[in-house]
Design a protein around this ligand. Sequence first.
Ligand code: URA
Length: 210
Amino acid sequence: MTENLTIVDHPLIQHKLTILRNKDTPTAHFRQVIREVAILLGCEATKDLPLGNIEIETPLEAIKSPYLEGKKLCFVSILRAGNGLLDGLLDLIPSARVGHVGMYRDHETLEAHRYYFKTPDDLGGRQVIMVDPMLATGNTAIAAATELKNAGASALKFMCLVAAPEGVRAFNAAHPDVPIITAALDRELNDRGYILPGLGDAGDRIYGTK
Ligand code: URA
């Protein structure tokens, strides 16, 4: 199966990802840098937004100039680590609507359970970009994408920071129509469901918990 996966190989992204992977990066710096990476990944995730032309006047003359048209955006953060990426995406497109999906991972079974779901009610008319920094087993992302489709989402993408091959395979199998955009495809999962080499628990790194 051809993977529906884009690895965004940009020097700035790879440089910033190294900072995020470093266990000695302090919380405030981690939070700032993940926000910056989200802006860079967000450019890739939105690169096919349709443009029309509008008429404007520059200080010198009237022109027709490109302007976003068509589907409006909705970013959906998978709580809580998704919020680290969400902040950067909203820097990029402040007018986007925002949804939140709360999924928790059962640490024994690694299965995902929904505890919160709030999105705009016109999801079907929007390009929906779901965000979570880590695509590990894929269980959480698969469940969240299913919930979003059940709520009407038809144009859906998934943006993450680091993906494991196991998660990509599982997500592509469950949602072959949903492109994955990531900064890195790492080696493997360990027996606790953490990505290797990864960056640790993204939520803990963003919020300084543990
Ligand atoms: N979630 C994380 O935050 N990190 C991992 O490595 C895997 C899942």
